[in-house]
Design a protein around this ligand. Structure first.
Ligand code: PLP
Length: 397
């Protein structure tokens, strides 16, 4: 057989490979200082504890940890998740929780359950590529909504909703990937009002809400204001424990959750029970909060150094988001330079970043880039920013 094209489904023809995966290979070359990663630093993973707990649950709880489990998730873990939700301002019980194989699976299940080909999903400009990928994979149409430093601009969302029938809005209100922005509570309220006025559902994706580096950041979930049952909230242990433990969750109204549960039965029967068992032990032992505190401490200093260095080298040439939490700052050059065209030169100069264009579904954002402070040492962050400034002609070396 020479071609399989005629065998592919309609949706398979709509699949989009991640436009930033090509940069992944830049991340692991030690000669290159990388601001390009999109992953947590392995030094934050509680590896020894995970090893101990893994051994224990395999030896002592094999009938659970090595067995098929309920599609909804390990019951005690669902209860712990309901408690975590109440700390985020959302009153719910374990019956409102569906565990997922990372929040990425939650995005796919929701897309499968809600979207028909051609349905319109509103996404932030810029947005998380894995989110767009899930919607494109269902042949949806994506439209962009403007953000400013307070989050989604309500007038822009209104304009989009007035022109097209939006079925779903996808938002990452806490320290968004890629922009690092925190949406204000006032804007969250305005977005929900528009959801009611124009009758669409909202995915609130929140993998970064616990990674806070400043005082007074209000990360209270949009879901806490969800009087009408329009919000599907997604949580994840990936950024506070380890993404290799594929452990996320959805909190949604019962009628939606029941349908998503059936979609999940078809997808994987249940999420990995070994992963869930490990996370369950850790959370039930009260080890999550101290772990979160350690992860915050780990990133806080690095974030400070990156911002400080940007101020030193880029102040007259660009602006960037304050990254009060999460893993990223997002930089916009004052001039109309296409950052994608400079990647090669940057790598030749020993520094890597992710050009921002692929995060914008409307084709804008060529003069932007995403920078993570997660990977490199303090010293290498300093050297990396000065190399970056050199590449863009902003500094002498
Ligand atoms: C905004 C956002 N949503 C979802 C995910 C997927 O996370 P998980 O590991 O929980 O599948 C990521 C991962 O980077 C992300 O940045």
């Amino acid at each position: 057989m020479t071609s399989y094209e005629s065998f592919f489904s309609r949706d398979a023809h709509s699949f989009r490979a991640s436009a930033i995966r090509v940069f992944a290979k830049l991340i692991n070359d030690p000669k290159i200082i990388s601001f390009a990663g999109g992953v947590p630093n392995p030094d934050t993973f509680p590896a020894e504890r995970i090893a101990e707990l893994a051994a224990r649950v395999v030896r002592e709880k094999r009938a659970v940890s090595l067995q098929y489990g309920p599609t909804r998730g390990l019951p005690r873990l669902c209860e712990s998740i309901a408690k975590i939700m109440s700390e985020r301002g959302v009153a719910c019980t374990s019956d409102d929780v569906l565990t997922t194989t990372g929040s990425q699976q939650a995005l796919d299940l929701i897309a499968h359950t809600i979207l028909d080909p051609g349905d319109v999903v509103a996404v932030e400009l810029p947005t998380y590529i894995g989110g767009s990928a899930s919607f494109f994979a269902r042949s949806a149409t994506l439209v962009g909504v403007q953000q400013d430093d307070e989050g989604i601009v309500p007038e822009s969302l209104r304009e989009v909703a007035s022109k097209t029938r939006i079925k779903l809005l996808y938002t990452i209100p806490n320290f968004q990937n890629p922009s690092g922005r925190l949406m204000t509570q006032q804007r969250r309220g305005a977005v929900l009002q528009l959801a009611e006025e124009f009758d669409f559902l909202v995915i609130e994706d929140d993998p970064y809400g616990e990674l806070v580096y400043v005082d007074g950041a209000d990360t209270t979930a949009m879901k806490s204001r969800d009087g009408q049952g329009r919000v599907l909230y997604l949580g994840s242990f990936s950024k506070v424990l380890a993404p290799g433990l594929r452990c996320g969750w959805i909190v949604a109204p019962p009628a939606l959750l029941e349908r998503l549960e059936i979609a999940k039965q078809a997808a994987d029967l249940c999420s990995g029970m070994l992963d869930q068992s490990i996370v369950d032990e850790l959370v039930a032992n009260g080890e999550l909060q101290p772990q979160i505190a350690r992860v915050r401490d780990f990133y806080r200093g690095k974030r400070g150094i990156l911002i400080e260095e940007l101020e030193k080298h880029f102040t007259s040439h660009a602006h960037w988001t304050s990254a009060d939490g999460g893993l990223f700052t997002f930089l916009t050059l004052n001039d109309n330079v296409d950052t994608a065209s400079k990647v090669k030169e940057a790598v030749a100069n020993g520094v890597a970043y992710i050009p921002g264009g692929p995060f914008f579904v409307d084709g804008s954002g060529a003069n932007t880039m995403r920078l993570t402070f997660a990977k490199e040492s303090d010293e290498r962050i300093r050297t990396g920013v000065s190399r970056l400034a050199h590449v863009f002609g902003f500094d002498e070396r």
